[in-house]
Design a protein around this ligand. Structure first.
Ligand SMILES: NC(=O)c1ccc[n+]([C@@H]2O[C@H](COP(=O)([O-])OP(=O)(O)OC[C@H]3O[C@@H](n4cnc5c(N)ncnc54)[C@H](OP(=O)(O)O)[C@@H]3O)[C@@H](O)[C@H]2O)c1
Length: 150
């Protein structure tokens, strides 16, 4: 199964100004919806609290501190799933990820919630594709595969 991290980030690698932020600055929601529709999505409890509504058409799992990422992934019957945040959740699933899709926004926060807070190992990425985000000048989604051979 492909296990894909998908996120909107600032140019300095943040995904939110703080843990309670409702991310209203991302400009790739249509692309997010199109890519995740019909697939299982996994999110942390803090991200769930920031969402105004459920994600329709997607089996959603909310994880908590005692959740076991491997067991959660084992229960899914799909050729791909998406890890949709937040930072703590990205870090917890880091060793299972196969792909990373990042839309880098023209913002610098300087502080906040990092894409991977407290990650204790490096990930080696192989560039796959750069997609233009519909109708937004200068906004691209970078798609990478994770190289596990190194
Ligand atoms: N830009 C983007 O693409 C994007 C995407 C998604 C989210 N976000 C933003 O990211 C922010 C949330 O990210 P986040 O990293 O704070 O939260 P999160 O990953 O959504 O959820 C927090 C997770 O960490 C666990 N946790 C909390 N305290 C812990 C502790 N002391 N030890 C171990 N685990 C603990 C929680 O479990 P419990 O339930 O047990 O507390 C939960 O599973 C929000 O502002 C959201 O809007 C941005």
């Amino acid at each position: 199964m492909d296990i894909i991290l998908i996120a909107a980030t600032t140019a300095d690698g943040y995904i939110a100004r703080h843990s309670n932020e409702v991310v209203d600055w991302s400009q790739d929601l249509r692309l997010f919806r199109k890519q995740t529709m019909g697939y299982p999505v996994i999110m942390g409890s803090q991200t769930k609290k920031t969402l105004a509504m459920d994600l329709d058409g997607r089996e959603t799992t909310v994880i908590h501190r005692h959740s076991d990422p491997e067991k959660i992934l084992d229960k899914l019957h799909s050729d791909k799933c998406f890890i949709i945040g937040g930072g703590r959740t990205f870090t917890r699933f880091a060793s299972y990820l196969t792909h990373i899709y990042l839309t880098i926004h023209p913002l610098i926060f300087g502080k906040g919630v990092l894409l991977f807070p407290d990650l204790n190992k490096e990930l080696d990425l192989v560039f796959l594709k750069m997609l233009s985000v519909d109708g937004v000048k200068g906004l691209y989604q970078f798609q990478y595969k994770i190289n596990r051979s190194s």
